[in-house]
Design a protein around this ligand. Structure first.
Ligand code: NIG
Ligand code: FE
Length: 404
């Protein structure tokens, strides 16, 4: 790790030399780590004019980025499966051959908490350097109380150490652990009656997720997990309709899900249910690309229904070893045909909504913690245009100058 977060310089003061995404000269006043004033430079109230100055030198300013779907904490890596898939194996075939999620479970169980912290820290730094100010981190590579706890504790520690908002998601129902082979229903009992209540009591669970899929858990098992979450008042989200249409999105919407994620095979009925419930559609072009998927998510129908669309890395060692949210925005445009403003909303305000963080993250407004990014770009459209470069000039994260 670089410097401890609380030793970084404060962002308090008057930020000028900024342009917003509409090209308007903008000023931001930061006081005690929060946005005290934001608006057109010319309208700055005199009382703020003599605050300590920060010169943005003409940078474009946006809200801090939000990565709303990651599996950032795990042991090992799975480059061997990449090779297998290149040689023609499908994701399902790799999983059935003992690879896939379960191979990361082995490596995660073997790793100590500190080892997991160190490897995830390095990955997190890449995302942070690109302007991420809030991130979701799922469990799901432990698949026992002890090892799910270890993953979620690491996620919490990452947030504290790096001064980034972390939302933890319990994904105990990610895959069937080998010791439960043939006893899926018993494992779901364990998830609902033992793991989730214990981890929730320890304050480690901000949301609950399930992988609802032929190679993972059924609709009925998914609903059992949702019921257990509901009894504890914890919001739900779902890995839904990635490989097939299981009807998961409509179920999740009935439970008021924050988001349904992947959704390549989402039906019109699922879209209508999501619209009704205010559920965010999370698009994961990194997984689509890595799996060489050809089934596009129903973007036009989501757009027509007014379902908010977020974009995320889905960082994980199997299907999306991606550590650039800007690249995902680019792919969402090129592969899924999002417009550039949709992609930018997808990695800011809609992503914040997918985490229930819409009052704190994803938009620049008075009273919010100071989380914003200064870019060496002229035009907001460039955010989704370049790939493979880091156009960040500076990042203000939780009221401190974290980069630049
Ligand atoms: O979001 N779909 C299930 N979970 C992950 C993949 C996890 C893995 O292969 O390790 C995903 O794509
Ligand atoms: Fe995922």
């Amino acid at each position: 790790m670089n410097k401890p977060f609380d030793s970084l310089p404060t962002a308090d003061g008057l930020w000028t030399g900024l342009r917003d995404t509409a090209g308007i000269a903008t000023a931001i006043v930061v006081a005690q780590g929060a946005i005290r004033w934001i608006g057109e430079r010319a309208a700055l109230p005199a009382e703020f004019a003599s605050l300590p100055p920060h010169d943005g030198c003409g940078a474009l300013v946006t809200p801090g980025l939000v990565d709303c779907h990651t599996h950032l904490v795990y042991g090992g890596q799975r480059a061997n499966e990449f090779a297998m898939r290149l040689a023609g194996a499908t994701y399902e075939e790799v999983a059935k051959a003992g690879g896939g999620i379960v191979s990361s479970v082995r490596a995660t169980r073997e790793a100590s908490e500190d080892e997991l912290f160190d490897s995830a820290s390095a990955r997190l730094q890449s995302l942070l350097a690109e302007g991420v100010c809030a991130i979701e981190i799922k469990s799901g590579y432990g698949l026992s109380l002890e090892h799910e706890r270890k993953q979620l504790r690491v996620a919490r520690r990452l947030g504290e150490a790096h001064g980034v908002t972390v939302r933890t998601t319990f994904l105990g129902a990610h895959a069937l652990p080998p010791e439960y082979a043939g006893r899926s229903s018993d494992y779901i009992d364990r998830v609902c009656n033992e793991m989730l209540p214990a981890l929730a009591r320890e304050g480690l669970v901000d949301a609950v997720d399930v992988f609802c899929e032929r190679i993972a858990f059924s609709l009925e098992e998914t609903e059992r997990v949702f019921k257990a979450a509901k009894a504890l008042n914890i919001p739900v989200k779902l890995h839904a309709e990635q490989l097939s249409d299981m009807g998961g999105a409509a179920l999740a919407a009935r439970y008021g899900a924050l988001s349904c994620d992947h959704i390549e095979h989402l039906s019109q009925e699922g879209i209508a249910a999501m619209r009704e419930a205010g559920t965010v559609a999370v698009l994961l072009p990194g997984a689509y690309y890595t799996l060489r998927d050809t089934k596009l998510p129903p973007i036009e129908a989501l757009r027509a229904a007014g379902v908010p669309m977020a974009v995320s890395t889905d960082h994980n060692p199997g299907t999306s070893p991606a550590l650039s949210l800007l690249l995902m925005a680019n792919m969402a445009c090129t592969l899924f045909r999002l417009t550039v403003p949709e992609a930018v909303d997808g990695i800011t305000r809609h992503a914040a909504r997918a985490l229930g963080l819409q009052d704190i993250h994803g938009e620049l407004a008075v009273g919010r913690p100071a989380n914003f990014v200064l870019w060496n770009l002229r035009d907001a459209a460039e955010l989704a245009y370049w790939f493979g470069q880091r156009p960040v000039r500076a990042v203000v994260r939780q009221g401190r100058i974290a980069e630049g």
